[in-house]
Design a protein around this ligand. Structure first.
Ligand code: MD6
Ligand code: FE
Length: 211
């Protein structure tokens, strides 16, 4: 169902390579409230420019909300109980939790809401989400702001891939057979959305870490 007005028509789900894509699930009129919530998280837990264990700068900037945040640095990729600056991660906003329960049907709250910010030129290489302890839970992703080209593959890097443009308000669920599928963001059309005054894209990914 929609997370906005109950009179909104139901949103059809597109299923591609096992990913469920709910286009426009968050109505345009509701998106500013999401951005306000994310700004409050970022004020308490600032975005950081992560470095891969191999020493390469990632082009996205990241922070998180929840019991655990996902971090990348020279020591590796992992979930951490604190922001790299030393503070606690803020709680996951209520509207974000509401969407998780509504869309996934999972009773348990997610442990982590990872926040990725894509400025001009940012992208994300093909990867699996596999730092969690239990892959029976899905990963839910929310796109806000600029359009992004999302590439979906299979359980190994050689599997054929399929791409779809994600727009502001789209929600993707990666679960079941697709839970360990490779995926990434090839490019973002900077300035394609007016949601953020200076452009950019926000992606939230919600995960049960089950540590
Ligand atoms: C992004 N998304 O949309 C990157 N991960 O910016 C992800 O890496 C992702 O969309 C797990 C499940 C869904 C996703
Ligand atoms: Fe991912």
């Amino acid at each position: 169902m929609n997370s906005g007005d109950s009179a909104d028509p139901p949103v059809p789900t597109l299923r591609l390579r096992g990913f469920d894509i709910h286009a426009g699930l968050i109505p345009a009129a509701g998106q500013a409230g999401w951005v306000d919530d994310i700004r409050a998280v970022v004020a308490a837990a600032p975005l950081v420019a992560p470095v891969t264990p191999g020493g390469r700068a990632m082009s996205v900037r990241m922070t998180a909300a929840g019991r655990l945040g996902w971090v990348a640095d020279r020591a590796g990729y992992r979930y951490a109980a604190r922001h790299p600056g030393g503070g606690d991660w803020p709680p996951i906003p209520e509207r974000v939790l509401g969407l998780w329960h509504q869309v996934t049907g999972v009773q348990r709250a997610p442990d982590c809401c990872l926040i990725n910010f894509y400025g001009a030129g940012a992208r994300m290489g093909m990867h699996q989400d596999r730092d969690e302890g239990d892959f029976t839970f899905p990963v839910l992703s929310v796109s806000l702001g600029d359009d992004a080209l999302f590439r979906m593959g299979g359980p190994d890097r050689t599997a054929p891939t399929q791409s779809v443009w994600l727009h502001s308000g789209d929600v993707v669920v990666m679960g079941g057979a697709a839970r360990l599928a490779f995926h990434g963001i090839d490019r973002v059309r900077h300035g394609s959305s007016a949601l953020l005054p200076k452009g950019g894209r926000i992606n939230l990914t919600l995960r049960v870490v089950a540590d």
